[in-house]
Design a protein around this ligand. Structure first.
Ligand code: AMP
Ligand code: MN
Ligand code: MN
Length: 332
């Protein structure tokens, strides 16, 4: 896509945001910092322009993000009434990512799709897709600016959380000069990086550490050391007393093992329903593996949900991962 096309997409989105009066901002299922941060920031910015912005969730919000100012504004989709000039999607590669909240789509005149997933299905009437952006929050930042809304403290905090969660605190490949420039602006708007980092990463529940303990106990590594994975069963969650969302970030432990190229976490969400998280370090595009199973994501972070017994789902994914590593049986 040329930069002219990108500019005209942005202009179309801005036109829609300026003309509309009532908006719904839609979180994806199992919402992460980017989904929440980018939606909250744009929603608050629209409110500053005197518009109605309903912040819609389908799932619980992760406990470590409840510190965000404005987070209490999210409402469960089942409690949302009325019609919308537009439903706005941030960080959603396809329409199914909003889960059961999809029933609200019929009540929206237009769909505005704002994202950074290269695999985005362009399901909107307006699509602003910027794969080079580290987070949907980067795209939201650009739009908020062009709407003429200054960055107040709650908007800045929300955008900062979007940036640090999708870049692993500016460590991942998607981090660019632009990411740091935006972060600098957010700090000038009052964000305290140490406070946010402590709230997001270092204020953990005992149950989440117990879950990590179970995941590390179940760690497995392929013979050639290039593939590492772990598994969390429903029993593990029960024993740890952990909420399903408390597995966030665990896949990064196998990823950090020296020599590993692909890391995976297999999470038994319900009997016969396995959520798979995939990460890669340098070479393999794990979004291709995830899309094969109906999921998606980025080259270095992707996921999918497989309806099969845990052991079966795991074998299916590991076989694909070995293939992607090009080692055939050698990786086993
Ligand atoms: P996770 O492993 O859940 O942290 O997800 C990593 C990334 O993969 C997310 O940021 C999404 O871009 C993508 N992703 C995860 N699960 C799915 C899914 N079921 N469908 C499409 N994309 C997904
Ligand atoms: Mn996300
Ligand atoms: Mn994202």
């Amino acid at each position: 896509m040329t930069s002219e096309q990108q500019a005209s997409e942005r202009a179309a989105a801005l036109d829609c945001l300026r003309r509309g009066q009532r908006f719904a901002l839609m979180l994806h299922v199992r919402p992460d910092g980017d989904s929440i941060g980018s939606s909250l920031a744009l929603g608050l910015a629209l409110r500053r322009l005197g518009k109605t912005a309903v912040l819609v969730r389908a799932d619980d919000l992760p406990a470590n993000l409840l510190f965000l100012p404005g987070i209490e504004e999210f409402v469960h989709y089942s409690e949302v009434g009325g019609e919308f000039d537009a439903a706005v999607f941030l960080d959603c590669g396809d329409l199914d990512r909003i889960g059961p909240a999809k029933i609200l789509v019929e009540r929206a005149r237009r769909l505005v799709n704002i994202d950074h997933h290269p695999s985005n299905q362009r399901f909107g009437d307006v699509n602003v897709i910027e794969p080079r952006a580290a987070a949907a929050g980067e795209v939201a930042h650009a739009l908020i600016r062009e709407l003429g809304v200054s960055l107040d403290f709650p908007i800045a905090c929300a955008l900062y959380v979007a940036l640090i969660t999708d870049t692993g605190s500016f460590r991942y490949e998607n981090t660019s000069a632009a990411t740091h420039e935006i972060a600098a602006e957010l700090l000038r708007a009052g964000v305290k990086p140490a406070e946010v980092a402590r709230a997001v990463w270092e204020d953990r529940s005992l149950s989440s550490l117990r879950l990590l303990q179970a995941a590390l106990a179940a760690l497995e590594v392929s013979g050639d050391g290039r593939l590492a994975w772990t598994t969390l069963t429903r029993e593990d969650f029960q024993r740890a007393g952990a909420h399903s969302l408390e597995s966030e970030g665990i896949v990064n432990y196998p990823r950090t093992l020296r020599g590993v190229e692909i890391a995976a976490l297999f999470l038994e969400e319900a009997p016969g329903e396995v959520k798979v998280s995939l990460r890669s370090n340098r070479r393999v595009d794990v979004s291709l593996i995830a899309s094969h199973f109906g999921g998606g994501g980025h080259a270095r972070a992707a996921g999918c949900t497989i309806r099969a017994p845990l052991a079966e789902a795991r074998e299916l994914v590991l076989a694909r991962a070995r293939e992607a590593l090009g080692g055939g049986r050698a990786a086993g």
